[in-house]
Design a protein around this ligand. Structure first.
Ligand SMILES: NC(=O)c1ccc[n+]([C@@H]2O[C@H](COP(=O)([O-])OP(=O)(O)OC[C@H]3O[C@@H](n4cnc5c(N)ncnc54)[C@H](O)[C@@H]3O)[C@@H](O)[C@H]2O)c1
Length: 264
């Protein structure tokens, strides 16, 4: 798809990758870029830069997502592209004392933001998109959803679930001309990455959010399901499926090195 002349919504658009997506869509001639984020001040600032609109929205709340969709379509017209991009990096423990963690809180929060937010967007947009003959979802996930995130079971698990949902979204609605892309980078230089200790996610170099946004525009143009700003990830996926046990062993070695480093 081309975003030129289209109405686009970006959740988590106030900072980082989402902000760069908003700028890239604006520069590519989108008719309206809607920034939906809990961080209302930065959402307004980004919206002002891209001649867009801002909504304060907690993507974990279904009513917030349905409000953004309804109001966007009422004010600006049909949403051609909905980007579920908001995410959190909580629950990181480099020592991985217990993969089950100590409480439900980081699991439930990650589940709500990384998975249910994508489900709510689909629930409220699919009927509208079906009625008008198509649409596009871009879901920002992570290479952690295809591989793993050592030290963060809640992040890895919910990002894997997000891949599962996106696959099903694409399968269920291909016949409705509804397209889906998943964005799965490794390290990207944003507040989220800076909030966790440096680890294997940065092994192939951290990208700028602007570079990732460029890759997204190219991926949307080609309408590929998988958008991999770090092309190395495809090789890691192949290695994982080729020999799962060897792959688990390699990841466990990374975990052991991490424990050594952070246990000092
Ligand atoms: N930075 C990386 O290395 C990296 C790598 C792979 C995937 N990702 C994914 O990219 C996405 C964007 O992350 P980022 O790196 O730009 O981080 P970021 O912290 O810079 O931006 C995340 C944005 O999401 C918003 N947000 C968080 N929870 C929200 C909620 N409940 N409702 C609405 N908005 C909410 C924040 O306010 C913020 O503006 C996330 O889904 C993240 O998991 C990031």
């Amino acid at each position: 798809m081309q975003v030129t002349g289209k109405v686009v919504v970006v959740t988590g658009g106030a900072n980082g990758i989402g902000k760069a997506l908003c700028e890239a869509f604006y520069n590519a001639g989108a008719a309206k870029v809607v920034v939906a984020d809990m961080d209302a001040a930065n959402a307004r600032a980004v919206a002002a830069m891209v001649d867009g609109a801002a909504f304060k929205c907690d993507v974990a709340q279904e009513k917030d997502i349905s409000h953004v969709i309804e109001e966007t379509e009422r004010q600006f017209g049909p949403i051609a592209l909905f980007c579920s991009n908001a995410g959190i990096g909580g629950g990181f423990d480099p020592m991985s004392v217990n993969a089950g963690g100590a409480s439900d809180e980081p699991w439930q929060r990650s589940w709500a933001i990384h998975v249910m937010a994508h489900v709510y967007a689909a629930r409220h947009l699919i009927p509208r998109m079906k009625a008008r003959g198509g649409g596009y979802f871009l879901n920002t996930i992570s290479a952690a959803g295809l591989l793993s995130q050592v030290g963060s079971p809640a992040y890895s698990t919910t990002k894997h679930a997000a891949v599962g949902f996106a696959e099903n979204l694409a399968i269920s609605h291909k016949a409705d001309n509804i397209k889906v892309s998943i964005l799965c980078p490794q390290g990207v230089d944003t507040n989220m990455l800076r909030s966790i200790p440096k680890g294997p996610q940065s092994g192939d170099g951290d990208l700028t959010p602007e570079q990732v946004a460029k890759d997204v525009l190219a991926g949307l143009e080609q309408e590929t399901f998988l958008i991999l700003p770090h092309p190395q990830v495809l090789g890691y996926m192949r290695k994982k499926t080729e020999n799962y046990d060897r792959w688990i062993g390699g990841m466990a070695k990374i975990q052991a090195r991490m424990r050594e480093e952070f246990g000092k």
